[in-house]
Design a protein. Structure first.
Length: 437
């Protein structure tokens, strides 16, 4: 798909065929972006040996690097959001996938601690910071882009496809990590095998960049641009409005469940199962893979359901279900049985689909086009930094201090209740058109 010429009339209604093409193209880019981001978590145990061989807390140090990068996500959200609201969503989406692809591939060619000493982990964390900056510009931009292209009445379904892409990218990373660990063994993985998943960023990035460059910008943005209605300073405008300030505060707390879902149930789970519950690395990755299949199947149903009954009802139902099922499901995972662990993780995954499949479209609908990328990006990325990226490090620390392997279960319950409270304060706009101003 090519960009809409400057002198062409901006369409007010997107036909279903165009929406499907844009969604498919957008999802390919999201897949590449989230694969690059997620593979770091899946390879944490191996990276600990390669980059922190002399430390007794090597895994904790890797997750510290994982957490630090999240504090650069708000910066990425601010800069990319400002530019995305000023010069267009499409240009920024090309930039962020280029940045993360380069950073991820660079990790794959880094010298190890054995080669250059302390400089190796320092470079690793710096590259992880670049990944964090890029992802900060991705979420709000990609979801705004898809929502602004989606047909009325189907925004939940169309944006949920992007979440399927993100979890399929995690599934791909899990399968690659599991297959390579099983096939190469620990010694060869620590020698050279760990590089391969990161170097796959090169073909993925090239594919994503090619597709995103061929997508036109959204009708909402182009219409504002044509009318001269773009904000000169979207972030300042967002902070100057009581309505937008309240919406950004909601964007900070509504995603609380992401901390126990995306970052604990999926990114941290393989390490949790191998280091704490004493499953093998491959078993931990396989349990995670099964739960990723479950959530990928459930997400589009949750998105479509939210189009019918509203975002609040689906999110509230998911939050209540997680608060009830969190502890029992983690008890199943902790039995030591792989089938029971798969059952527990998959139940939580299906519940979490009601959150992750709907959260982004609800946040998109909180803001008008003039400030959407900036305001949504800031609120969501601050939430991810405070409650998401720090979650694996927090789980590792609390389990080490308390000896209680059920800490992730308690975190699931607490974050679910936090999301439930925040969602209760939202005005549901599922059945209203997106606002431009």
């Amino acid at each position: 798909m090519t960009s809409i010429p400057a002198n062409a009339a901006v369409p007010t209604v997107i036909d279903a065929g165009t929406a499907r093409k844009v969604t498919l193209a957008g999802c390919v880019g999201i897949f590449a972006e989230l694969y690059d981001n997620g593979i770091f978590g899946f390879m944490a145990a191996t990276l600990a040996v390669v980059f922190f061989p002399q430390s007794d807390n090597a895994v904790e140090l890797v997750f510290l690097g994982y957490a630090v990068s999240f504090f650069f996500r708000p910066l990425g959200g601010i800069i990319c959001g400002f530019l995305g609201d000023r010069i267009g969503r499409q240009r920024m989406l090309v930039f962020v996938i280029l940045l993360i692809s380069v950073a991820t591939a660079a990790i794959g060619v880094l010298p190890t601690y054995a080669s250059i000493g302390i400089a190796a982990p320092v470079l690793l964390i710096l590259l992880r910071v670049l990944q964090g900056f890029s992802v900060g510009g991705e979420a709000a931009g990609a979801m705004s882009f898809l929502a602004e292209h989606a047909p009325e009445g189907k925004r939940g379904r169309y944006t949920s496809y992007a979440q399927i892409a993100s979890f399929l990218s995690l599934l791909t990373g899990t399968i690659i990590a599991a297959a390579m660990t099983a096939g190469l063994g620990s010694d060869r993985m620590e020698s050279f095998g760990w590089r391969i998943p990161f170097l796959l960023a090169v073909p993925l990035g090239i594919t994503g960049i090619y597709i995103r460059k061929r997508i036109g910008d959204t009708p909402n943005f182009l219409r504002l641009q044509e009318e001269g209605g773009l904000s000169r300073n979207p972030l300042k405008e967002a902070f100057s409005s009581p309505e937008h300030r309240r919406a950004m505060l909601l964007a900070l707390f509504i995603p609380l469940m992401n901390g126990s879902g995306y970052y604990v149930l999926f990114s941290y789970m393989p390490t949790f199962m191998s280091k704490v519950l004493h499953f093998t690395k491959v078993q931990g990755l396989l349990v995670t893979a099964a739960s990723l299949v479950a959530i990928s199947i459930a997400i589009p149903y949750m998105g479509s359901w939210s189009d019918k009954v509203g975002r609040k009802r689906v999110l509230a139902t998911a939050a209540v279900a997680m608060a009830i099922a969190g502890v029992p499901c983690y008890l199943l995972i902790g039995t030591g049985s792989v089938p029971l662990a798969i059952l527990g993780a998959s139940i939580m995954a299906v519940i979490f689909a009601g959150h992750t499949g709907v959260i982004h479209i609800l946040l998109v609908e909180l803001f008008p086009t003039r400030v959407r990328y900036s305001a949504y990006g800031l609120g969501y990325n601050v939430s991810a930094a405070l409650f998401g990226g720090t979650a694996p490090l927090l789980m590792t620390y609390l389990i080490g201090k308390t000896g209680d392997v059920h800490v992730p279960a308690y975190y699931a319950v607490i974050t679910a209740l936090g999301t439930l409270i925040a969602v209760s304060r939202v005005k549901d706009r599922a059945h209203l058109p997106l606002r431009d101003a």
